[in-house]
Design a protein around this ligand. Structure first.
Ligand SMILES: Cc1cc2nc3c(=O)[nH]c(=O)nc-3n(C[C@H](O)[C@H](O)[C@H](O)COP(=O)(O)OP(=O)(O)OC[C@H]3O[C@@H](n4cnc5c(N)ncnc54)[C@H](O)[C@@H]3O)c2cc1C
Length: 390
């Protein structure tokens, strides 16, 4: 079993045997640490922030990731803290159906349900399960060097050496930038607003994710509890000044239920973000180092799979550890097993994002027609690909 690294001030270094350091306490880093803990491997998570703040937004944890949480024994906690989603509906601006995916067949098959939850609730469950003693806060990695071991230098000038490093430090990963080939972040020229509000949304929406596609913009909403609704809105970023936009006006051509959701959200509780993804990179590991989550395969959020794919990374590492006790020996097979699916998600998500944001009237008509007439077999193939863990 690995022992934990000791942090020393300034440049003193202590060598310890078989230390596993995870950089980043996002969903990817926490789920990886939890998986290792379940397999009897102790790791320490180094998180750059002073505290693990929860973003004021929701997240949808899809069936594939819920299966992983079932393996970790925490799916009931997550389902209880969130709201179960049985339908995913793509609609037009007036909330007329374009494409409906019924998830109940997957609920029966896998015994878990897609769950919409506040990000803070999910983080809390993961941290409670892992134990705060596994997480070192205010440890922002600044430099990583490989000699016999990895030397990690943090922004506070403390340094440690670690045998094994897992980079779970997100899309702008320092680990990736310093130890892997040059990578490229891609900008789809879309911006995203997110928020949570309390409102009495009609009961018919209770177990659904709805996403309304308009002209160069879209609006998604889902209940995360009886009263709370998590919503997101995206728009083509060319020719708009996002800070000056009044969302009620901007979405005035959308259904009244959408306007009500926007109106029920305080402006200061709305988060505005640029959207990026990582152009697929083929190497996620080398010897005793490995990337997981957004650090390895950040995707646009159009399939709602970024965190789910990070969670799947942890699962595959865990599965490989069942037959291979030396964690570093699992990195290469992990990359081989995960790369194809993760990259398919990245590329499909990019295409869906472009389709959802068509601005030309004829193009929108054609798109909506295609969505309405999408063969059920196509939806099934997509969902099977996403929800099957291997
Ligand atoms: C608008 C939007 C909606 C989304 N919706 C969904 C959804 O519904 N479902 C879904 O599955 N995914 C969704 N995602 C994607 C999801 O949020 C990410 O894929 C997921 O959070 C990635 O987790 P991660 O742990 O790999 O990285 P991150 O969440 O980025 O975590 C990285 C962690 O590392 C820390 N860190 C960074 N650099 C350093 C450093 N140098 N030293 C130490 N610590 C460091 C950060 O502080 C952070 O805590 C969405 C994304 C967006 C933008």
């Amino acid at each position: 079993m690995a022992s934990s690294p000791v942090i020393l001030p300034f440049k003193l270094i202590v060598k310890m045997k078989r230390t596993v350091s995870i950089i980043g306490a996002g969903i990817g880093g926490l789920t990886t640490a939890l998986t290792l803990k379940q397999k009897g491997i102790k790791s320490i998570v180094f998180e750059g922030s002073e505290e693990i703040k929860s973003v004021g937004a929701g997240i949808i944890i899809a069936n594939n990731a819920m299966q992983v949480f079932k393996e970790l024994g925490i799916h009931h906690k997550i389902e209880k803290a969130g709201n179960k989603i049985s339908y995913m509906k793509i609609k037009d601006e007036q909330l007329n159906n374009l494409n409906v995916i019924d998830l109940r067949v997957y609920e029966q098959k896998y015994g878990v349900r897609n769950t919409a939850i506040h990000r803070g609730e999910l983080q809390k469950i993961l941290i409670d399960e892992l134990g705060l003693d596994h997480i070192h806060l205010s440890k922002r990695l600044f430099k990583i060097q490989k000699s016999e071991l990895f030397k990690l230098t943090f922004e506070d000038n403390s340094t440690i050496e670690s045998d094994i490093v897992i980079g779970a430090d997100g899309i702008k990963s320092v680990v990736r930038d310093q130890l892997f080939e040059k990578s490229t972040l891609r900008n789809p020229n879309q911006i995203c607003w997110r928020g949570i509000c309390e409102t009495d949304l009609p009961q018919k929406y209770h177990n659904e994710l709805n996403e309304a596609w308009g002209k160069g913009k879209r609006f998604g909403f889902v209940k995360i509890s009886d009263k709370k609704v998590y919503w997101y809105a995206l728009a083509n970023s060319k020719n708009i000044q996002p800070d000056n936009i009044n969302l009620v006006d901007y979405f005035s051509d959308f259904h009244a239920d959408i306007i009500n959701i926007i109106s029920a959200t305080k402006k200061e509780q709305t988060i505005l973000s640029d959207i990026f993804d990582l152009k697929p990179i083929h190497k996620w590991q080398s010897e005793n180092i490995c990337l997981v989550g957004d650090a390895a395969h950040a995707t646009t959020p159009n399939l709602g799979q970024g965190a789910c794919q990070a969670i799947e990374d942890a699962y595959v590492l865990g599965q490989l550890l069942d037959n291979e006790p030396a964690i570093e020996n699992t990195f290469k097979p992990y990359e081989n097993l995960r790369r194809k699916k993760a990259h398919t998600i990245v590329n499909t998500s990019w295409t869906v994002g472009k389709m959802a944001h068509i601005e030309n009237g004829f193009g929108i008509w054609l798109r909506n027609l295609a969505m309405k007439n999408m063969p059920k077999s196509f939806n099934k193939k997509q969902m099977d690909m996403i929800f099957n863990l291997h």
